[in-house]
Every structure is written in structure tokens, then in C-alpha cells.
Write a new protein. Structure first.
Length: 407
């Protein structure tokens, strides 16, 4: 019979898979339409209302694409809306936030050495920050300040840097960068759900009513779409960063995140300029490479490892007190700590993989779930069983974990 840890692991896998699939669909369609929009060419003798056209070839066929600046004179019956990709990406991402960071808050969300607060308070801060981010951004966009898009983008960058620093003062390093990604992704999906789609519905309703739609709705939607274009790549980096301690576990992780947003701008500037046929700004890759080298240098700042006994939460205390913990500690110290330690003794490794440290009783108790799953239920760890962990030792780990969860 499957136990809860087994089912939870597969649930996380399924939701993560859904998140990746829908994110690829959203990013792919977003990048395609940005490139299409920039590549449109004027049609001197075209149909009234057509602002540009482009010919494309793909899959053995030719496509003739036209864009109406406001709307066509007659509403087509088979109009395709691009919205589910954004909605499902955000919903699945939020589900992952709940499954990994809210339900696993003691392990992944709260770090007592950063801010010693209960998990429920951290969850409220998380939710509040996401809601605040969208409301503040939306109000600024609608204000006179938002009339100048360049000024607005610079201000948005400053806000993101401040949020990056703020998150690192509240959450663990891993959760801080993940939340910055979620903060940005919430803005992006809010743009689609609350601004772009409603504006398009207004245009469609006007057409059906025989009215001429106001061009302002298209202008507003274009502004928000441009913001999403420049925010996409940093969000991807921030989501991937949770798997790489050098990105999230240094004292300068907030500054790393700030530079990542600048790299996103430089990369998108290259492609946007190229798609608009305004040249090939190869200098942007030099800028990007320089920023990435700077990120690598910043990641050498001290890694957060040190933890004290007082920072053990009630969940971890349960595993530390469970029958068999001493035996499991001996197994982990002998089979795992040479890689998963504050000082790594395995050739080719400079830091503990995934930032998981297992060279002291407290961290072994904190990582009980992962130890049980990776080295107990499965043979995933050690890789290729390089330290020759015995079946009896895996059975000891399983017995210890189940004893703790039964108590």
C-alpha cells in the first residue's frame, strides 16, 4: 500500500510536469507573437485597418499573417483566444508553492537563522506579498507615471530589486528567490487575466454591437505584453535557481537576482531588435556574459550553512527523538556526509549538492523526508551507490522514518 510520502512525491511530480508543460506553451506563444508583431511590414494597398503583414514558412506550408491595429470590420466566427496557457501556468505554479513551500514550510520556507517565525506567519507574508505586488504594479501602470513606458520599466526594476532584498530578510535563500519568481509571475498573469483579456473582450463586444472599438485598449494591452516579454527569462532563471545552491544560498543572492533581471533585458533586446529587422546587436551578448560572470563571482560569497540546535522546529524534533535516529545518524555520516557536508570531501564537488547538508544531527532530522525518499524507499542516493549503502541500512532508514510519523 502506498504511504503518504510516496503519494505526495508523485503529486508534486504531476503538478510540476503540468507547470512545465503549460509554461512552455505560454512562453512559446508569447515569444512567437512578440517576434511576429515586431516583424510585421506595412501594407500600402491593403485592406482598411490592416497595420502590417508577414509571410512565414513552416512545416511545408506558407502562412500569410495580417494584423489589424484595432479590429477587423467583421468579427470572425473562429477567433482563437490565447489565455489558458497563462492561467494554467500560474495556477499550477501556485499549487507547487503550496505543496513544496507551504506544506513543507519548516524545511523549505522558514530559516530560523534568517527570521524565526512560525510557518503560518511566513505563509501569510508570502500570500500578502504576491497580492501587494500585483496591486502596486497595476496602480503605477494606470497612473500618469506609467505613461512613460521606459520610466515605468526602470521603476519596476527598482521594485523587483527591493523585493529581492526583502524576501531574503524573511525566507530561506531558496524560498526567497522562488518567491521573487512567483511575485514576477503573478504580475505577468495578472496582466493577462485582469488587463489584456478584458480589453480584448471590450473590443469584441464593440464589434458585435456595430461600434468602432477605442484604440486605447490595444495600446494598454501592448504595454503590459511588453512588460511580460522582458520579465519571462528572469522568471525561468528564478524557478530553476531553487535547484542550484550557488544561486540561492549565498549572502548576495538578492543581488544575483537583480543582475538576472538585467540579463533578461539584454537577451530580449537582442531578439527584439533582430525580429524588428533593426540590426543584430551582438554587443548584448557581451553584456550578458559580463553580467553572468559577475553573478558567478557574487555566488562565491559565504554560503549559508551554519545552524544551531535551537533552530530545530517541532517537526524535526519528532524525527530527532524517534527510535533508530542514532543508527540513521551513523549511516548518514558514513555514507552521505562526505558530499553533503559543510566541508565537502568528494573530488569534483565544491559545495553540498542542492545545498543539503547532512553532517550534523539537526540537519539530518530536518531532512528526514528526503533521506527517507532518496535513500530509503528508493536507491536514488547515493548516486550509483558509490558509498555502498547496504539494503539493511536502507531498511533502518525506512523503519526510523515510519516510527517517527506513527508517533
Amino acid at each position: 500500500m502506498f504511504d503518504s510520502i510516496f503519494l505526495m512525491e508523485w503529486l508534486e511530480f504531476a503538478v510540476r510536469w503540468l507547470h512545465v508543460i503549460t509554461a512552455m506553451a505560454w512562453i512559446g506563444s508569447s515569444f512567437y507573437f512578440i517576434a511576429l508583431d515586431l516583424g510585421l511590414r506595412p501594407v500600402p494597398d491593403g485592406e482598411p485597418g490592416v497595420s502590417g503583414e508577414e509571410w512565414q514558412v513552416h512545416g511545408g506550408g506558407f502562412y500569410h499573417i495580417q494584423k489589424y491595429m484595432v479590429a477587423p470590420a467583421r468579427m470572425p466566427e473562429d477567433l482563437i483566444w490565447f489565455k489558458w496557457e497563462s492561467y494554467t501556468t500560474w495556477l499550477s505554479g501556485f499549487a507547487m508553492l503550496i505543496l513544496v513551500y507551504y506544506l513543507g514550510g519548516e524545511l523549505y520556507l522558514v530559516d530560523p537563522n534568517v527570521l524565526d517565525i512560525p510557518v503560518w506567519q511566513a505563509v501569510l507574508i508570502s500570500l500578502g506579498s504576491l497580492g501587494f505586488g500585483w496591486l502596486a504594479y497595476d496602480l503605477i501602470c494606470k497612473s500618469r507615471f506609467g505613461d512613460n513606458n521606459t520610466r515605468l520599466m526602470v521603476f519596476l526594476f527598482i521594485v523587483l530589486v527591493v523585493m529581492a532584498w526583502g524576501y531574503t530578510q524573511v525566507f530561506s535563500g531558496r524560498a526567497a528567490l522562488l518567491h521573487l519568481g512567483a511575485f514576477t509571475a503573478t504580475i505577468m498573469t495578472g496582466n493577462v487575466f485582469i488587463v489584456i483579456m478584458p480589453n480584448q473582450r471590450i473590443v469584441v463586444a464593440d464589434l458585435k454591437a456595430g461600434k468602432t472599438p477605442d484604440a486605447k485598449y490595444g495600446k494598454i494591452a501592448k504595454q503590459r505584453s511588453t512588460h511580460n516579454n522582458y520579465l519571462t527569462l528572469p522568471v525561468i532563471f528564478l524557478m530553476l535557481s531553487t535547484h542550484y545552491p550557488l544561486a540561492f544560498a549565498s549572502e548576495m543572492n538578492w543581488l544575483v537576482a537583480a543582475l538576472v533581471f538585467l540579463m533578461g533585458v539584454s537577451i530580449r533586446h537582442y531578439f527584439n531588435t533582430k525580429h524588428a529587422r533593426k540590426g543584430t546587436p551582438n554587443w548584448t551578448w557581451v553584456i550578458t556574459a559580463g553580467l553572468f560572470i559577475l553573478v558567478m563571482w557574487l555566488s562565491t560569497a559565504s554560503i549559508f550553512h551554519d545552524r544551531d540546535a535551537a533552530s530545530l522546529g517541532p517537526e524535526a524534533q519528532k524525527f530527532a527523538a524517534a527510535e533508530g535516529f542514532d543508527d540513521v545518524q551513523d549511516i548518514i555520516m558514513g555514507r552521505c556526509s562526505m558530499c553533503h557536508g559543510q566541508d565537502v570531501y568528494w573530488d569534483g564537488l565544491n559545495h553540498a549538492p542542492k545545498g543539503i547538508v547532512l553532517d550534523n544531527p539537526n540537519d539530518i532530522a530536518r531532512q528526514a523526508r528526503l533521506i527517507y525518499l532518496q535513500a530509503g524507499l528508493t536507491n536514488a542516493m547515493p548516486p550509483a551507490n558509490l558509498t555502498f549503502i547496504e539494503p539493511e541500512e536502507r531498511a533502518t532508514i525506512i523503519a526510523w522514518y515510519r516510527a517517527a510519523t506513527r508517533s
